[in-house]
Design a protein around this ligand. Structure first.
Ligand code: HEM
Length: 216
């Protein structure tokens, strides 16, 4: 249930943290089911799997960034140019892998499914869309960065991918986005807030399907 009085992002975060496992984050409460829910130090990633993860992640960022670029999209100006955009950087990383002799798989898996779902929400359900927008960008700057570091150490000779670099102060960019989301949601009804929070579980499900590719 949505609480009144706090910035809404605090509530979004609280719901998200509970959906982690204890192995993923200290605040996690979920029981481990899939291999991607175990501690990353126990992962056995493969380069092919990681490449698939990057390709599918790019499909989702392409969708998110294409949607907020449209001037008829609600609050597009607020959600655009946050500095957190990842599509272009992922494109550079895929070029780097190509230069190293790896074949880049086409996007055809869980990222494409997720992108379609997000596209659909963007046209008819802004509160649910915002849940996915928040979770996808914030997950990448929290657990995502831990994954990047550990996986690079295990299989990429510690290569620093562009995916894990930002222009400017990341902390400030995250805070700016939190402030914008708090502002956007200020006038939401309790129903809209609860609807947005209830979507978090689906966001974890879709992201989990993409994460699992790293271990395939
Ligand atoms: C925050 C780990 C997957 C969404 C965090 C934090 C950790 C973490 C350690 C706490 C950061 C902090 O407050 O200092 C992980 C790991 C994951 C994972 C290891 C998988 C291997 C996910 C997924 C989602 C997600 C699948 C949702 C799609 C979030 C969000 C936050 C968070 C929204 C809050 C970020 C913030 O407040 O700045 N995660 N996470 N995480 N995670 Fe995850």
């Amino acid at each position: 249930m949505a609480l009144q009085g706090k910035g809404f992002v605090d509530e979004m975060r609280m719901v998200a943290m509970k959906l982690h496992t204890r192995e993923q984050a200290r605040e996690g409460e979920k029981e481990v089911k899939g291999p991607e829910e175990r501690s990353i130090s126990k992962w056995n990633p493969t380069v092919d799997g990681y490449l698939r993860f990057l390709v599918e992640s790019k499909s989702v960022y392409d969708a998110l960034e294409g949607i907020v670029d449209k001037p008829d999209f609600p609050y597009y100006a607020e959600l655009r140019n946050t500095g957190l955009e990842r599509s272009e950087r992922l494109g550079k990383d895929l070029e780097w892998f190509k230069g190293q002799g790896y074949g880049i798989p086409g996007p055809s898996g869980p990222g494409v499914n997720y992108a379609c779902y997000i596209q659909e929400l963007s046209e008819k359900d802004f509160p649910a869309f915002l849940c996915h927008f928040y979770n996808f960008y914030f997950a990448h700057t929290a657990g995502g960065r831990i994954i990047g570091k550990k996986v690079a150490g295990k299989i990429l000779n510690n290569k620093d991918l562009e995916f894990y670099k930002w222009d400017g102060e990341l902390k400030q960019m995250l805070q700016n986005l939190r402030d914008k989301i708090n502002k956007i949601t200020l006038g939401w009804t309790m129903e809209e807030k609860n609807h947005c929070l209830e979507e978090t579980e689906r966001s974890f499900k879709y992201s989990g399907d993409i994460l699992r590719l790293i271990l395939s």
